[in-house]
Ligand binder design. Structure first.
Ligand code: DGJ
Length: 757
């Protein structure tokens, strides 16, 4: 809800939703931010006004004689160079500008973005604040959603103008904060880093052309004492997939200035007279209930206003993906044999990844030529798709439409369609160049090519890959992203039931912009479940788990050489859109059984796994515990990294349950492979068993052991206090009542209310 009222003789605006309020007061034509945080009412506004100050030494006064008017020391939502505010400014247009307030307009719903930029839909109300500086108009537009407020800016000019920098939003928040960013690299995406915001500026940005696996555009500001469960936390993100910028810095007067928007590396942009430029929506959210409270608000916003409407709260299929199992080496009979195995294991969708077209038998050739390779697939995609249909599987297909191998028919026909920033020399990445999506003929080609293939082969899922950084900066980098949005909009808006999973070497473009077109993103090429703990945990601060694909792959894992138990491979993949990505014909009978049981378990609890409210719970050091709660049940996943000898007790401590309600906590039955014990079986076997011999190998293939099953009933109060779990392997031999998992063990616990019959 947005209200306009008079405060001390000038206009004020209060924007509120269930989580937060922002109080903006226009003084001397400048927009002061009197409050941003907990929910307040208009009746609180006069108490929020800053006290007059006698001036701070050498500060520049915006209004002669008014000692309180120095823009350098007051909290604002916008500011410019040359007006006395020497803090970082959100706009730079090469000429002095002094934007002063002209009008405020409240409307129901959204003020639509006019460019190809995506926009969160379903806002209850929007506020447009208009400011003028000479011939230049600045509009700051806020839109209010249930658990977030979005802000964007638009500059237009009746004379020519060069924009060097234009942020989507700026806020001066009261007091000091820590900043948490999601940083990384390929196969190490979204690791959290928390540092104090100080007098030196902290910057979170990307200049690779995309939102990047280095620094996700989303970040959090938290009070220094905030925890997962308590304290004030602000969340920020951008509905944008290109170069981004955000900064935070505390001022001498104890305001933390935060701003976010398109990175200045995607500028300068020249406007002709009469033209305008719009920034993406910045997303702002707040919780006084710690990081978990903030995540809950952001998840709800993404699930309800970002992902394509058709897929909102729509359960996602369990898929099999051919990549890690086959790479480029397959033919139809191999795929159909995998498909029939995948079907028996419970999969619902078969995704054919890279390698199905042209001369694409490695990553050196064929990219761009989406003509099916008839040697691999003699019946074409249609043939494969209908055979999969007869097996009871849906068909999904991989494309990398933005890129081209120079060794391809497409490139030979249209070398000028690729981006060539340097005359005569190109810099390759994975042997590829990117197509110039700023050209309408290139966009038309991609739209027609991809659409016709999708329509011809009954494709119900598309994996849209992109595997390099953008070779250009400047305004064309932003235009490329607009071109990408146009292409995805033209292909997928008319085909809403197609599930689009975006991917960029894994999580190189994991952002709210891409999520507006595809309901999920491949979070990382890293399928090692222990690495996924950090990646999925990091993403969970700002994105709901239904937004990322998560697959069981073969161990040792191709990204780390780490060997993990199959139970943990599955347990980690449960916390996302579950799939299988491994060579199924290599599975042992015990593994087949275990995977089948895991798929069945996931499907039985799919709604909770995909759409349950997520909370990161307290654990012993180095463990991870995720709790998902739906109306029907809660499910906790408890994961460990390296085991230590002579460990003590461990408690399952889960918050948020009704204190006097009785709950039953049962562990997901999971197996322990005999082979894990190697020569240690001598401790329990009456006969000598060779750890490398046939007997142990046979037992390992066929006879899994039971492990650490729990079945506990207790009150919600006891659960919050912490209930002791079965001890871990103690060096005293196998005991089925212990958790004998060794390194990288994990368990899943289902928590249900016990009701009187
Ligand atoms: C990179 C993706 O992230 C992988 O999942 C796979 O699709 C390969 N590309 C295929 O080339």
């Amino acid at each position: 809800m947005i209200t306009e009222f008079e405060l001390m003789g000038t206009a004020a605006y209060l924007l509120s939703n269930g989580n937060m309020s922002m109080l903006i007061h226009i003084v001397n034509g400048k927009p002061l931010l009197l409050h941003c945080g907990s929910v307040i009412s208009a009746a609180d506004a006069s108490a929020m006004c800053l006290r007059p100050n006698p001036g701070w030494g050498t500060t520049v006064l915006y209004k002669e004689g008014d000692t309180s008017s120095s823009l350098d020391i007051i909290p604002l939502i916008w500011s410019e160079e040359n007006t006395g505010d020497y803090r970082e400014n959100p706009v730079s247009i090469g000429i002095p500008a002094d934007f002063t307030f002209r009008s405020g307009r409240i409307i129901d719903g959204l003020i639509p973005i006019e460019s190809e930029l995506p926009q969160a839909d379903g806002a209850s109300q929007s506020l447009e604040l208009t400011f003028l500086s000479g011939t230049i108009t600045l509009r700051i537009i806020y839109s209010v959603y249930e658990t977030a407020i979005c802000c964007r800016t638009v500059i237009s000019s009746s004379t020519e103008l060069v924009i060097n920098r234009l942020m989507s939003s700026m806020l001066d928040l009261k007091g000091s904060f820590d900043i948490t960013t999601l940083d990384g690299a390929w196969i190490r995406e979204a690791h959290t880093n928390r540092i104090p915001v100080s007098y030196s500026r902290v910057v979170n940005e990307s200049s690779t052309g995309f939102s990047s696996n280095r620094h996700n555009p989303g970040f959090l500001l938290s009070r220094p004492d905030a925890t997962e469960f308590s304290g004030e936390v602000y969340g920020f993100n951008q509905i944008y997939s290109g170069n981004h910028y955000a900064s935070a810095q505390i001022s001498a007067q104890n305001f933390t200035r935060v701003m976010l928007g398109i990175s200045p590396v995607s500028f300068p942009r020249s406007l002709n007279a009469g033209e305008s430029f719009e920034t993406p929506q910045a997303v702002i959210s707040y919780s006084a209930e710690g990081f978990n409270g903030l995540s809950c608000a952001m998840h709800s916003f993404v699930n309800s206003h970002i992902v394509p409407e058709y897929w909102r709260f729509m359960e996602r299929p369990v898929l099999y993906n051919s990549w890690e199992g086959c790479l480029f080496d397959f033919n139809e009979s191999k795929l159909l044999s995998l498909a029939s195995k995948a079907k028996k294991l419970g999969c619902e969708l078969f995704v054919l990844d890279d390698g199905w077209f042209g001369a694409r038998n490695s990553d050196t050739a064929g990219l761009g030529d989406y003509t099916v390779n008839k040697k691999k697939l003699p019946g074409g995609l249609e043939g494969l798709s209908s055979k999969l249909g007869r097996l009871g599987l849906k068909f999904g297909l991989w494309f990398e439409p933005e890129a081209v191998n120079p060794d391809s028919e497409l490139y030979r026909a249209h070398p000028d369609w690729a981006l060539h920033p340097f005359e005569g020399s190109d810099f390759y990445s994975r042997n590829e160049l990117l197509l110039d999506l700023t050209r309408s003929d290139v966009r038309d080609y991609i739209v027609e090519n991809v659409s016709s293939i999708i329509d011809s082969a009954n494709v119900s899922y598309v994996k849209w890959d992109m595997n390099r950084h953008l070779p250009i900066s400047g305004p064309k980098a932003h235009d490329y992203i607009l071109g990408l949005y146009e292409v995805q909009r033209r292909i997928f808006k008319p085909r809403p039931s197609i599930l689009l999973e975006n991917c960029a070497s894994g999580g190189n473009r994991f952002d709210l912009g891409m999520l507006c077109f595809g309901a999920q993103i491949w979070a990382s090429d890293n399928t090692d479940p222990i690495e996924r703990l950090d990646i999925q945990n990091g993403l969970s601060y700002l994105y709901p788990q239904s937004c990322w694909g998560s697959h069981v792959s073969a161990s040792p894992h191709s990204q780390t050489l780490r060997t993990t138990p199959l139970s943990t491979d599955a347990n980690a993949a449960f916390f996302g859109d579950f799939g299988l990505e491994l060579e199924l014909s290599h599975l042992l009978p015990v593994e087949e059984k275990e995977i089948k049981a895991a798929v069945e378990f996931y499907k039985g609890h799919r709604k909770t796994f995909q759409f349950g409210i997520l909370s990161r719970e307290e654990t012993e050091p180095d463990a991870v515990c995720w709790l998902l709660s739906s109306e029907e049940e809660s499910i906790a996943g408890l994961f460990h990294r390296l085991v230590h000898s002579a460990q003590g007790y461990e408690w399952l401590k889960l918050r948020g349950f009704e204190p006097s309600q009785i709950y039953r906590i049962t562990s997901r039955p999971q197996n322990l492979r005999v082979g894990r014990f190697g020569g240690l079986v001598k401790y329990i076997s009456p006969v000598d068993i060779n750890p490398n011999g046939v007997a142990l190998r046979t037992a390992d293939r066929l006879y899994p052991m039971k492990d650490g099953a729990e079945d506990i009933s207790c009150t919600g109060a006891a659960l919050s206090a912490g209930i002791p779990l079965a001890l871990k392997f103690m060096g005293t031999g196998y005991d089925a009542n212990l958790r004998n998992q060794g390194d990288f063990g994990s368990n899943i616990y289902v928590i249900e209310k016990v009701t009187d019959k």
